[in-house]
Unconditional design. Structure first.
Lengths: 839, 116
């Protein structure tokens, strides 16, 4: 016995019992969370994990592969969590032996740990089909982050991937690889994709959808061998002789409970580790949860049953028994743009009745299977809104004879309520209806946490975790907030525009979390009520997508305001004004000469010195813009973005180089700031200034980001505005060096870019969020500033091409020319003639 | 084609205006005309002038079968030329038809807009 180590960890030397957990995955950690919730101090806990990292959400590996999420975003328990709960994490060192007699486990590195209770949560192993070539380099499974990394590496250098297995996991892998630019072929043994979850009709719709996205799908494809080429995988040969080229093969045919360790230590193991309703194995001191167990003859490969198991386990340990009675599972496919839900049994049979609804024009297929007046299965494709309701009816074995006729039309209709009110539908759900399948949260629990003070979706996510994983139940959580709090719901009142019932924050989060790539996709997924939006939401969505996917999202010119589309400012007479950039307000004879020449050559009616220390040329016709820009480019000038929701100017005073009061090189810093941030798109226009001393001649304290130089360094100010409502900046912080000032400026800009609503200046944004919030975002975590600044620089790497130069070179000529013209001759000879467009 | 030549004047190919955008057609001695291509695939022609302050509607954001004027965001129906919502006013529409891949405008309506 090794009582000493337990005492070291225990509070005040109390002799805690020792709990050892084998498996640092979702099951092991969730079980520990449940145990801590009931008995926070009972155990000194040690967790062994085979992977060299903290616990993460394995079901979100698909979005990581698809590039929709990063690893950091799918971490469930950070290093701090282990620390705060005094948990010893032994990662990268799996347990290889259990000595049940001595109550000890031994790790691969030889570490011995004694236990009073042992929890096995070893999960499952991917099933590798035993064909020749299965061990070749380039053949991978899809189970952990290492697999994802292998695939991502392959996606960089290879072009052709074959995914063996057209089930949930295989299709998510195929989707991810396809988004990463690979040419993907899916091989599926059965005639229907996801045949365990889908019937033939839904499988067909899914197959056509995925084929439409460029994947090749072969059903009835039986893999015979994996072919070699130059020492690694070269292709796949089917038993019928077909050969498919591949430089990456992903095996995703299924999983097998991992009970090897348990079996070797003499526990009862059949398909999985046999456990009772309290998750206790055949050894009363050893428990097991998750995909490695077999409970009442069933093994589960989905996440939802896990939560029920963990609750039962923790309750059992605390002798507050809440036996686990098995789970009915449902499935949603995490492929963005595909709505698919399935639950229960729909294989049909003698006493089963099928109720089917199809709406081909909207791509909707619904099928509910009823047996003895109870729902036994449901498959929904295209419209999955009622999935939870059917699932609820199914789990509770409710008698549906009364609503049988309206059943297929969904809950709102069947319950007789208004079909348009989603809140009524959610209100009608029973308290134990599952809202969040990922985290196993019921309607009663969500309402409980709202009543305890969670008044926004974020607050609900932070407390009971509902909608915190895949986010597909966010709408339900919002409905519950609305039902429970009425008007007191934070932030949900302000919608983006009349086309949607969602607010900016919600839409934005959905874009980031679901990796939407186009405006139509956002509108489709978030149920826009107009066919193609309006002049409010279109530019906002375009910005949000651009900000979320720099370098990937293709800017939508038709969703840009005219100024941003024509890179000039429209004036009341329909002509445009042109402002070339003058870095930090400094100019030279060459630039001035070029501007003077342009004014004369294109008969500009006025030149004006702007408030931002540069020159504005008025009265240019849209047809002349590219030629004007070409002339300005020739003198080394680029677009000043005076027309954009973007960085405008960096106003400076002359600073220490000339001024007798100047403390620092304010002009130099201004130029550097402008060179760093020009070209960036923002929620609204963004102005900066640098003053060389506190006399503040550059008026830095009414700018979005202002720097006031002092002897000891630089004061950084944020959130100022000289517009309709004058607002003086808040002091963010003081820094000593120019580098720090630049870094913080980049970080602040990025924070604003990622958080503010479209058309919200920094002044109202800072007031809405609070200066403390801004400071916390930047300074609470010492890595935040560099992370934000890094994201800004990454985004800038795609946005610092001069749009004027592109247009001057002939890009989008259509925007600057007429499609035709009509000249009027003398009335007698026909009056009108059409002229071919220039192109 | 001979019957149509009398009444309709060919302007351009349908492909010259991408969906969600507008093309402009200057007319000597008269108001410029804007041809709109909606995201839904329809074509409409209007005088390129907002009834409010004369803003060039062709430069507005096209959504549904309306366009928002770039100057003050008035929303104008592409079908009727009427200002929508709270605003009142009307921009003349020009009859348009698509024949194959060609866009044609009604000659009489253009003449009617000519300044004498």
């Amino acid at each position: 016995m090794n009582a000493q180590s337990a005492i070291e960890k225990g509070p005040e030397g109390s002799a805690q019992e020792r709990l050892v957990v084998i498996g640092n995955g979702m099951a092991g950690c969730r079980a520990v969370e449940e145990i801590l919730a009931l008995q926070p101090d009972r155990y000194a806990i040690t967790i062994f994990g085979a992977e060299p990292r903290v616990n993460y959400n394995r079901i979100m590996l698909s979005p990581v592969l698809a590039g929709e999420k990063s690893f950091d975003e799918i971490v469930i328990n950070t290093a701090e969590w282990y620390e705060e709960n005094a948990i010893t994490l032994v990662s990268g060192d799996p347990v290889i032996h259990i000595d049940r007699e001595a109550c000890q486990v031994v790790s691969r590195a030889g570490r011995i740990e004694s236990y009073d209770k042992l929890l096995i949560a070893t999960g499952s192993d991917p099933f590798v089909i035993p064909v020749p070539g299965k061990d070749l380099p380039g053949v991978v499974t899809f189970r952990d982050l290492d697999d994802v990394e292998t695939m991502l590496k392959a996606a960089e250098t290879s072009t052709k991937a074959v995914v063996i297995g057209g089930g949930l996991l295989g299709l998510e892998a195929a989707h991810g690889l396809s988004l990463r630019g690979m040419d993907v072929t899916v091989l599926h043994l059965m005639p229907t994709l996801m045949e365990r979850q889908l019937d033939e009709a839904a499988g067909y719709l899914l197959k056509s959808e995925l084929e439409g996205r460029g994947m090749k799908i072969l059903t009835g494809a039986d893999t015979g061998e994996i072919l070699e080429k130059d020492g690694r995988v070269g292709g796949v040969k089917l038993k019928d002789g077909t050969e498919i080229e591949a430089d990456l093969v992903v095996m995703a045919v299924g999983i097998r409970p991992n009970g090897t360790l348990a079996k070797n230590s003499g526990l009862d193991v059949e398909r999985g580790i046999v456990v009772d309703d309290n998750m206790v194995s055949s050894d009363p001191n050893i428990l097991a949860v998750g995909e490695c167990v077999q409970h009442r003859g069933e093994c589960y490969g989905l996440v939802a049953p896990l939560w029920d198991m963990c609750r039962a386990l923790a309750a059992g340990l605390a002798e507050m028994y809440k036996p686990y009675e098995g789970s009915v599972t449902s499935t949603k496919l995490k492929v963005s743009g595909v709505d698919l839900f399935s639950a229960g049994d729909f294989s049909g049979g003698e006493e089963c009745e099928d109720i089917v609804m199809r709406d081909a024009s909207r791509g909707i297929y619904k099928r509910v299977v009823v047996k003895d007046d109870k729902v036994v299965g449901a498959v929904l494709y295209g419209d999955t809104q009622d999935g939870n309701w059917y699932f609820d009816l199914l789990k509770n074995q409710e008698d549906v004879s009364d609503i049988r006729e309206a059943l297929i039309f969904g809950q709102a209709f069947a319950s007789g309520g208004s079909a348009l009110d989603p809140n009524a539908a959610v209100a009608a759900l029973s308290d134990d209806a599952e809202i969040c399948g990922c985290n196993g949260v019921s309607k009663g629990q969500v309402i409980g946490c709202i009543k305890e003070g969670a008044n926004s979706v974020d607050a609900v996510r932070a407390t009971c975790k509902a909608s915190a994983s895949c986010g597909s139940c966010t709408d339900l959580v919002e409905s519950l907030l609305a039902i429970t709090l009425g008007d007191a719901v934070a932030e949900s009142a302000q919608t983006m525009c009349g086309c949607t019932s969602f607010g900016h924050d919600h839409v934005r989060k959905a874009i980031v979390e679901n990796g939407y790539m186009s405006i139509p996709e956002v509108m489709q997924e978030l149920h826009w009520s107009t066919p193609d939006g309006c002049s409010k939401c279109r530019p906002a969505l375009n910005y949000y997508l651009l900000c979320a996917k720099p370098g990937e999202y293709v800017d939508d010119q038709k969703s840009r305001f005219v100024n941003e589309r024509l890179h000039a400012n429209i004036q009341k007479d329909g002509t445009y004004s042109v402002v070339p950039r003058m870095w930090g307000g400094i100019t030279n004879p060459r630039e001035l000469r070029a501007i003077a020449d342009v004014v004369e050559k294109y008969e500009a009616r006025m030149v004006k010195v702007t408030g931002g220390q540069r020159l504005d040329i008025f009265g240019i016709k849209k047809e002349d813009l590219p030629a004007v820009w070409a002339d300005l480019n020739a003198a080394g000038m680029v677009s000043g973005h005076a027309y954009g929701k973007s960085l405008r100017t960096v106003k400076t005073c002359v600073g220490s180089e000339w001024c007798r009061f100047g403390t620092q090189d304010s002009t130099g810093l201004g130029v550097k700031l402008e060179q760093m941030s020009w070209g960036s798109w923002m929620p609204h226009k963004f102005k900066m200034a640098v003053s060389g001393c506190p006399r503040n001649c550059a008026e830095a304290t009414i700018k979005d980001f202002g720097v006031v130089c002092v002897d000891s360094g630089y004061e950084l100010h944020i959130g100022g505005n000289g517009g309709i409502k004058v607002r003086v900046t808040d002091l963010l912080t003081r820094v000593e060096t120019e580098e720090e000032a630049l870094e913080l400026s980049a970080a602040f800009i990025q924070l604003y870019r990622e958080d503010a609503w479209y058309l919200e200046r920094t002044a109202p944004w800072v007031e809405r969020k609070g200066l403390d919030w801004v400071k916390a975002q930047l300074f609470d975590d010492p890595t935040s500033v560099s992370a934000l600044a890094e994201r800004f620089r990454y985004s800038q790497s795609f946005s610092q091409d001069d749009p004027w130069a592109e247009r001057a070179a002939g890009d989008r000529k259509d925007l600057h020319s007429h499609v035709g013209s009509i000249g009027a001759g003398p009335p007698a000879d026909g009056a009108i003639k059409a002229v071919e467009p220039a192109e | 084609m001979s019957a149509t030549e009398q009444d309709w004047v060919e302007i351009c190919e349908t492909s010259a205006i991408e969906p969600g955008m507008a093309g402009t057609v200057p007319v000597e001695g008269a108001d410029e005309i804007a041809i709109f291509h909606t995201i839904g695939g329809e074509f409409y022609a209007l005088v390129n002038k907002c009834p409010h302050k004369g803003g060039p509607l062709s430069q507005g954001i096209v959504h549904g079968d309306s366009v928002s004027c770039p100057l003050h965001n008035w929303r104008i129906s592409l079908k009727s030329g009427e200002a929508l919502g709270e605003d009142e006013g009307c921009t003349p529409t020009i009859p348009l038809k698509v024949e194959g891949t060609r866009i044609l405008l009604d000659r009489a309506a253009i003449l009617a807009r000519q300044v004498v």
